[in-house]
Write a protein that binds this ligand. Structure first.
Ligand code: G
Ligand code: G
Ligand code: MN
Length: 518
């Protein structure tokens, strides 16, 4: 990627890193506010329904009590009516009805007799009669609901169930009869189509036409309640929440952007510090023993590159190898690895004729004609004979099949053995394994880790082993940490292994000193 394009991409990523959390915080504030306001509307509805149930409960109790009176409209009956009236918070008056007239009531002492109620609006199947909107000459502009059952009727102030629910004038409230969907009492904006949204549910909440609406039914009576808040209250609530969430979003975004910029800066700096590292000879090698499982003999070692920065801190190879591959410096790094082996190994192969050293090559190394040339120099410097040097490459290195085939053929003709590294973790087009004629297959640590586990992947290692046998490849299992893994692998026919069970990567001199003697 060009430097210019790279900068543009970094800036774009940073902007996105800030914008995304900010957008997310605004979205969350809006959604949270919507949920909170719907919950608030539901709370009002529950209050309306609860109060209405209380009201109907009082009416029911009063009617039951008057039904027990021996003589309707006698003094004792009127007395009972007054007591009911006094004891109940919702009932304004209770009395007996004949036709559409209240013939006697708890209001008797006030000189009210023969009170006309007008025709009933609804006669329910259960025998209740409803009058929804009754006015009385003595009550001015007040409106009342009259609930009548078996000749006894209670007069209720129409607004009573709604009154105390909330004092917020923006909140619309309603009580309705589920039998016919008519409003018993309402305040503010109420659309009758909102009531039908309840359907068969116990409660619903939704947005409609600039309102947040909640509707719920009573489980005791055939009534329901409704509350509606203006959508603007959601907006206000969202703004309140955004005041908390937005700074957090901005902070998270800036943090993310800072991380991106730092990573980019490091990325940019990498090629120059790799160059400096090569110049100042900061790279060195550690060698991990390769062990023959049947005998415990150390038959070879894998060379693993290490980098100690001037400050003393170690740079992880998976990071700088990747960076060197990206920047095109990997050939130089591999060149240094070969020089370091020449420095470390000296006359190793003269004294240990069958010992081998395995070298990791990247895809670019495999594609470069320089590599063979440099390997020849290493062979000459260490007096290596065929088999003393092994090259390892990952599946990625063999991806370009025609080139890989040519390269593998050349390497083997020159006496180098070739291994496929980290097998099973790459692109795994198995066809290349067959056509390439390799020598060694290194079973990746991730498969060795599953040995003994009940996981389905533990089957995979057995299949890899069988396949390697079919292809007549030698096997090296990587990352062996437990004796049980070593036993399993040996029993299945895996000849070699590496891992902490046998030895960690170490200096070559240390490895040779620690090597078990037969
Ligand atoms: O043991 P270590 O943590 O160094 O291994 C990290 C990774 O770096 C492994 O995948 C290993 O194969 C890789 N690696 C180690 N040394 C070299 C090297 O010299 N060249 C290349 N290309 N990869 C290496
Ligand atoms: O990819 P490659 O196999 O080249 O790299 C081997 C990596 O695994 C190195 O990082 C090496 O240090 C590490 N390693 C080697 N043996 C073990 C082991 O037994 N356990 C663990 N956890 N890591 C190991
Ligand atoms: Mn390797």
């Amino acid at each position: 990627m060009g430097k210019r394009l790279y900068s543009v991409a970094v800036i774009a990523a940073s902007v996105a890193a800030i914008a995304a959390p900010v957008a997310l915080s605004l979205y969350l504030a809006q959604r949270q506010a919507q949920e909170q306001e719907e919950a608030r509307a539901l709370e009002y509805v529950h209050d309306v329904v609860h109060r209405s149930e209380g009201m109907l409960g009082q009416v029911q109790a009063g009617i039951v009590r008057l039904q027990a009176s021996p003589k309707p409209c006698a003094d004792a009956d009127i007395d009972a009516m007054r007591k009911i009236d006094l004891a109940s918070s919702y009932i304004q008056a209770i009395g007996r009805v004949e036709g559409d007239t209240m013939v006697c009531s708890s209001l008797a002492g006030l000189g009210v007799k023969g009170l006309p109620l007008g025709p009933a609006d609804l006669a329910s199947e259960r025998g209740a009669k409803m009058r929804y909107d009754v006015r009385f000459p003595f009550a001015g502009a007040n409106r009342f609901v009259v609930i009548e059952y078996q000749g006894i009727a209670a007069i209720i102030h129409k607004d009573l169930p709604l009154d105390a629910s909330t004092t917020d004038p923006n909140v619309s409230l309603a009580l309705f009869w589920r039998e016919n969907g008519r409003l018993a009492s309402a305040r503010g904006t109420v659309r009758t189509e909102w009531l039908t949204r309840l359907g068969a549910s116990d409660e619903v909440s939704f947005r409609d036409d600039g309102h947040v609406v909640a509707v719920a039914r009573s489980k005791k009576y055939l009534i329901g309640g409704l509350a509606a808040l203006p959508q603007s209250s959601v907006t206000q609530q969202a703004q309140r929440l955004a005041r908390i969430l937005l700074p957090l979003g901005v902070l998270a975004g800036m943090l993310l952007a800072a991380l991106i910029l730092r990573a980019a800066q490091r990325q940019q700096a990498m090629p120059s510090i790799i160059r400096a590292g090569l110049r100042r000879d900061e790279f060195f090698l550690q060698y991990q023993p390769v062990v023959e499982l049947a005998t415990g003999r150390w038959v070879g070692a894998e060379a693993l590159i290490r980098w100690r920065r001037p400050g003393g801190e170690m740079m992880r190879p998976d990071i700088f190898i990747q960076a060197a591959e990206d920047s095109g410096q990997i050939l130089q790094v591999t060149g240094r690895v070969l020089e370091l082996i020449a420095r470390d190994a000296g006359d190793l192969f003269k004294r240990n004729r069958d010992f081998h050293i395995a070298i990791n090559l990247s895809a670019a190394d495999l594609h470069s004609p320089q590599t063979i040339e440099r390997l020849r120099q290493l062979s000459a410097a260490t007096s290596a004979r065929p088999g003393n040097l092994v090259v390892e490459a990952t599946e990625r290195g063999f991806l370009h099949e025609a080139v890989a085939k040519e390269m593998v053929k050349k390497l083997r003709e020159e006496g180098y053995r070739v291994a496929v590294d980290d097998f099973g973790t790459g692109y795994s087009s198995l066809s290349y394994l067959q056509s390439l004629a390799l020598d060694v297959l290194k079973i990746d640590k991730s498969f060795v880790d599953t040995i003994g586990a009940e996981a389905a992947t533990s089957q995979v290692v057995a299949h890899i082993i069988e396949m390697a046998k079919d292809l007549q490849l030698e096997m090296v299992a990587e990352g062996v940490e437990h004796q049980a893994q070593a036993d399993y692998l040996r029993e299945r026919g895996v000849q070699f292994a590496q891992g902490w069970l046998f030895g960690r990567p170490m200096a070559l001199a240390e490895l040779l000193a620690k090597m078990p003697r037969p």
